[in-house]
Design a protein around this ligand. Structure first.
Ligand code: NCD
Length: 303
């Protein structure tokens, strides 16, 4: 594997299963037992958009495996981007310093563009409203950890399905399995047609709904990202949709006893903090899993 650009490159379930087996193994080790598989490697995290989990978990993953990190956490303002440098030139330059580049950028297709100019692996950590492949991997890992199998699960993707890149990559990755998918969103925030076509191509049973009333008590997984404020034309438009769906204590009474509530985080208003201590709320564990999945993925880049 050279670059990690989108989940579409993971046609082979075996590759994913190997990553997950290694992530589970790493999760079970104590820190002193971590392999030093990234020794003498430098990983650059080049982030043009805000991040907490993705950047810090990639950096922690690198450090725990004995590698080193160089980082621009606000590359849009503190890198030579401000002086007018193109992404291509920045990537060429960092190729002289780092052995892999983890890139988050607001432009759709930016990771693919970067890969064309990079001899070292590019890992897409989010390209605008496009893809977020490593998030989808840790999401799937968490579903498997909690539910053992994805096939036949009723999975509700809820809220802003139009703009959420985590949702997009997860929708594609689920195409490798046979869950029942419920796309629950206001009509104007529904999952874009190309992902629905993907479900059809993979013979995935899916439904589009604009309320969760008829299915909330049947879902095994409720995946609810925040409404993506930064992708809306106006604050007014964003606020119109922000609270379309809220998982709170009231909703939890109707949700199955063994369901799981997932989010790529950050959460804003769509998940009420009052449910955080409910064992079905797995989003912080999901974020923690990001570390182990990214450790496994970084190792795979360097074999
Ligand atoms: C997501 C992202 O940046 O796309 N966050 C993350 O990486 N965990 C989701 C989001 O910002 O809502």
């Amino acid at each position: 594997m050279k670059h990690v650009i989108s989940v579409r490159q993971f046609e082979d379930k075996k590759f994913i299963e190997d990553i997950f087996a290694e992530a589970a193994r790493l999760k079970g080790l104590s820190p002193s037992e971590y392999p030093k598989s990234l020794q003498n490697k430098v990983v650059a995290t080049l982030f043009y958009e805000p991040s907490t989990r993705t950047r810090l978990s990639f950096e922690t993953a690198t450090l725990k495996l004995g590698g080193q990190v160089i980082s621009t956490e606000n590359a849009g303002e503190t890198s030579s981007n401000v002086k007018g440098e193109t992404l291509e030139d920045t990537i060429r330059t960092i190729n002289g310093y780092a052995d892999a580049i983890v890139l988050r950028h607001p432009a759709l297709g930016s990771a693919e563009l970067a890969a064309r100019y990079s001899a070292v692996p590019i890992v897409n950590a989010g390209d605008g409203g496009g893809d977020h492949p490593t998030q989808a991997l840790l999401d799937l890992f968490t579903i498997l950890e909690c539910k053992k199998d994805v096939n036949d699960l009723k999975i509700g993707l809820v809220g802003d399905l139009m703009n959420g890149r985590a949702i997009h990559s997860l929708a594609e990755l689920l195409g490798l399995y046979k869950p029942e998918i419920y796309c629950i969103a206001p009509p104007s925030l529904q999952l874009p047609a190309n992902y629905l076509d993907g479900f059809r191509k993979n013979a995935i049973d899916f439904k589009q709904l604009d309320t969760w009333e008829s299915v909330i008590d049947e879902l095994d997984v409720i995946y609810i990202p925040r409404v993506q404020k930064e992708r809306f034309d106006s604050l007014e438009e964003y606020e119109k949709f922000r609270d379309s769906f809220i998982v709170n204590a009231e909703a939890m009474k109707r949700i199955k006893k063994d369901a799981i509530i997932m989010s790529p985080l950050p959460r804003v208003t769509e998940i009420a903090p009052e449910i955080d201590n409910d064992p079905r709320a797995v989003y912080f564990e999901q974020a923690r899993n990001g570390l182990y999945v990214r450790m496994a993925l970084l190792q795979a880049l360097f074999v």
